[in-house]
Design a protein around this ligand. Structure first.
Ligand code: DQA
Length: 166
C-alpha cells in the first residue's frame, strides 16, 4: 500500500492510480435502455452510453469504468470495491434511487465524491420518484437531459478530480 491520495471528497486512504478514474454505475432496468420506454428514456442503448463515456474520458484524461446491475447488493459491492482506486462516482441508481438506504450508506462509507444522474426529470413524473436517498450525499444531481446527462456528469467529475488532485 502506498502513501495514498485523497479522493475528490477527501476521504480515500489507499493508493490511487496515476490516471484519475471515474466509476459509472447504472442501476436496475437500465440494461434495457434503447427499448425500455423510449419516450421517457430515449433510444440510446446502455452500450452506446458506456462507449461515449469512455471516449469522452480519453479526451478528458479520465479512465472510465462502467458497471450495471439489477441487484442492490451487487451495486453496494461495486461501490465498496471502488474505495481507494476511484476518484469519483457517477451513479444512476434507477428505481433504487427512491428506496435504497444501502446504496446511500455505501457512498458515505467509501467517501467517494458522487454525482447523481437521471435520464428523465424525475420531478415531472410520479411523486414517488421525487425522493432520492442519495440527493443530499451527492455533490450534485443532473437530470432531464437523457443520455447527455452522463456526459455532463463526466465533465463535472473531471473538474472535481482536478480540484482535488491539483
Ligand atoms: C431513472 C428514474 C427512476 O425513477 C427510474 O426508476 C429509472 C430511471 C432515470 O434515469 O430517469 O429506472 O433513474
Amino acid at each position: 500500500m502506498g502513501s495514498g491520495t485523497k479522493s475528490a471528497s477527501g476521504a480515500g486512504t489507499r493508493s490511487r492510480p496515476a490516471t484519475p478514474a471515474a466509476l459509472v454505475v447504472h442501476g436496475p432496468n437500465l440494461n434495457l435502455l434503447g427499448e425500455r420506454e423510449p419516450a421517457v428514456y430515449g433510444s440510446t442503448t446502455l452500450a452506446q452510453i458506456d462507449e461515449q463515456l469512455k471516449a469522452l474520458g480519453r479526451e478528458l484524461g479520465l479512465e472510465v469504468e462502467t458497471f450495471q446491475s439489477n441487484s442492490e447488493g451487487a451495486i453496494v459491492d461495486r461501490i465498496q470495491a471502488a474505495r481507494g482506486c476511484i476518484d469519483v462516482l457517477i451513479i444512476n441508481p434507477a428505481a433504487y434511487t427512491h428506496t435504497s438506504v444501502a446504496i446511500r450508506d455505501a457512498i458515505l462509507a467509501t467517501g467517494i465524491a458522487c454525482i447523481e444522474v437521471h435520464l428523465s426529470n424525475v420531478y415531472k413524473r410520479e411523486p414517488f420518484r421525487h425522493h432520492s436517498t442519495i440527493a443530499d450525499v451527492a455533490v450534485g444531481r443532473i437530470m432531464g437531459f437523457g443520455a447527455d446527462g452522463y456526459m455532463i456528469a463526466l465533465r463535472a467529475a473531471r473538474n472535481l478530480v482536478k480540484a482535488a488532485r491539483g
